[in-house]
Structures are given as structure tokens and as C-alpha cells.
Design a protein around this ligand. Structure first.
Ligand SMILES: C[S@@+](CC[C@H](N)C(=O)[O-])C[C@H]1O[C@@H](n2cnc3c(N)ncnc32)[C@H](O)[C@@H]1O
Length: 291
């Protein structure tokens, strides 16, 4: 890849696409487009209006820097600084997990429940980028949210995303280990969480992109992956309003154990169920406290 020649946008895009594909990247064209848009400071769609544009050498160099980062395995979203989640464009970097599509289903379930509820505060435990908390505040005008995380750097990212989407007035942020600092009388209409749920021994076998770049605090759920959920469930039971609901994202093969944890903690067993994700994996476990 020589820097001397002048490049038309489309030619550079094609060359980078081939290059990334030759290194084994599956969505090479799409990824090249996202990185070129980031390098030029434009929207991806705008690239299509300027295919014939001759790029400045500084623009080409900045694009090539991003491509080189991608080849080290750095996730695309950290390189561009952006991740799409439901209606949101979230700012992300190595301080937070890249929000995943399956978590969008958790938000959908929580919003359907909140739509039927009188106003009450929603608690998002382990908010990371703010994907869940900011989505709920954006999509449910009546919602007030308390977003917590054990990681202060993650909370800073979530706060930035709340401001970016104009919902900072309806979200409080708290650095906390689960619900430990909550007063005994704190009660929530709903508690939502996408906790770390990967078994420690499975971390080494994750895709390098995830294993080497995403925060382990966001991934590692202890010996069987359920350490955090096991602590979370009884705390959630103690801090929900009557008829309040918990929504917890779980890993493949964990839903039956988590449903049992809910029943043991006093959730009404007739309300305990799991919704599958788009791949058919039981993913979002929910249950209500007796009304
Ligand atoms: C899987 S990530 C989810 C992030 C975000 N909610 C999402 O869905 O993209 C889990 C988050 O939980 C946080 N976390 C881990 N252990 C925690 C604990 N004991 N108390 C509070 N947050 C915790 C991590 O820092 C991380 O941000």
C-alpha cells in the first residue's frame, strides 16, 4: 500500500476492502466503509456521494492508520468510536463492552413491561456504555433510571452517552458493587442487567477480538459464569416494588439455572420465563415479585 499516488475515494475503498478480505475479515467492504467514514469525519452514507473525490494525503494516511489498528484485532467499534444500539449511536472505547444485538431484546422486554406500569425508577446494574439505561430513557419518556457500574471509567462513558442523547436529566449514575450501597428501603419498578456471565475458564477461548480488547470485568462471571447473577438475584428480589420485574441477560445454557435462582429468591414462579434471542438461544430471563 504506497502513500505517494493520489487516491480517489472509491479506489481506496476497493483496495482496502481487498486487503482486509485477504487478511480474513468477513465484512471487509462494510468495515472499510465505516473506517473511511470515521477517518474523513463523515457519515458512511455520505461516502456514496463522493466516490470520485480525490482524497488528501493526510486523509489517506489517517484511514490507513485505522486499517492497521483493525489488523491488530482491535474491534471496529473501538476504532471508529461508535456502536449502534436500537435507536442510539453510542460512543464506545476500551472502557466498556461493545453493546450486543441480543441486549436489544432485553430493552424491548423491559419497555413492554414499563409501558404498563405506573411511574417508578428503573435500575440498570452494570450499565457499561449505557446502552440499556440510555435506550430506556430515550424510548420511555416517563422513565427515570439509576445506572450503576463497578467500573468508574465505564460510568464516565455511560454519562457521556446520556448527555449525547439528551437524557442526562432522567438518569442518575452510581459507582457500586451491584446493589450493595442501596438503602434497605430503596425500591425499583424494574431491575435490568446484562451482567458478566462467561465462565472464567472460557475466557481464554473467546475470539481474540473480545478476549484481548474488551474489559474482563464485563465478561468474567466466575467459575460457572453465574457468580454475579447469583449475588444479583436475591438483591433484586429485595429491592423491587410489589409486582416489579427483573430482566437479566444470560449466556447459552444458563437460563434454567437462573430461572431456578429467581424462584428460590421469592419471585412468583408463574411469572418466571425466558425469551430467546434471534439465534434461538434462551437469553432474557424475567420474573416478577408477587404483587
Ligand atoms: C456485560 S457488561 C454489560 C454492559 C452494558 N450494560 C451492555 O449491555 O452493553 C457488564 C457490566 O457490568 C459491570 N460489572 C461487573 N461486575 C459488576 C458488579 N459487581 N457490580 C456492578 N457492575 C459490575 C462491568 O463493569 C460491565 O460494565
Amino acid at each position: 500500500m504506497t502513500e505517494e499516488r493520489s487516491w480517489k475515494l472509491l479506489d481506496l475503498l476497493r483496495q482496502a476492502t481487498e486487503f482486509l478480505a485477504s487478511k480474513g475479515l468477513e465484512s471487509s467492504r462494510l468495515e472499510a466503509e465505516w473506517m473511511l467514514a470515521a477517518a474523513l469525519g463523515v457519515r458512511r452514507i455520505d461516502l456514496y456521494l463522493q466516490f470520485e473525490k480525490v482524497l488528501q494525503s493526510a486523509e489517506v494516511a489517517s484511514f490507513r492508520r485505522l486499517v492497521r489498528q483493525r489488523l491488530t484485532g482491535r474491534p471496529l467499534q473501538y476504532i471508529t468510536g461508535d456502536a449502534g444500539f436500537r435507536l442510539l449511536d453510542l460512543q464506545v472505547d476500551e472502557r466498556v463492552l461493545v453493546p450486543r444485538p441480543e441486549t436489544e431484546i432485553l430493552v424491548e422486554e423491559a419497555l413492554a413491561f414499563l409501558g404498563e406500569q405506573p411511574a417508578g425508577e428503573v435500575l440498570d446494574v452494570g450499565c457499561g456504555s449505557g446502552a440499556i439505561a440510555v435506550s430506556i430513557a430515550r424510548e420511555c419518556q416517563a422513565a427515570r433510571v439509576l445506572a450503576t457500574d463497578l467500573s468508574a471509567p465505564a460510568l464516565a462513558v455511560a454519562r457521556g452517552n446520556a448527555e449525547r442523547h439528551g437524557v442526562q436529566d432522567r438518569i442518575r449514575f452510581l459507582c457500586a458493587d451491584l446493589l450493595v450501597p442501596m438503602g434497605a428501603d430503596a425500591r425499583f419498578a424494574a431491575i435490568v442487567s446484562n451482567p458478566p456471565y462467561i465462565a472464567s475458564a472460557d475466557i481464554a477461548a473467546l475470539q481474540p477480538e473480545v478476549r484481548d480488547h474488551e474489559p474482563h470485568l464485563a465478561l468474567d462471571g466466575g467459575v460457572d459464569g453465574l457468580d454475579v447473577i447469583r449475588r444479583l438475584v436475591p438483591l433484586a428480589a429485595a429491592h423491587l416494588l410489589a409486582a416489579g420485574r427483573v430482566f437479566i441477560e444470560v449466556g447459552a445454557g444458563q437460563s434454567a439455572d437462573v430461572e431456578a435462582l429467581l424462584c428460590d429468591a421469592g419471585f412468583d414462579s408463574s411469572t418466571v420465563s425466558t425469551r430467546q434471542d434471534l439465534a434461538g438461544i434462551p437469553r432474557i430471563v424475567t420474573g416478577a415479585i408477587p404483587g
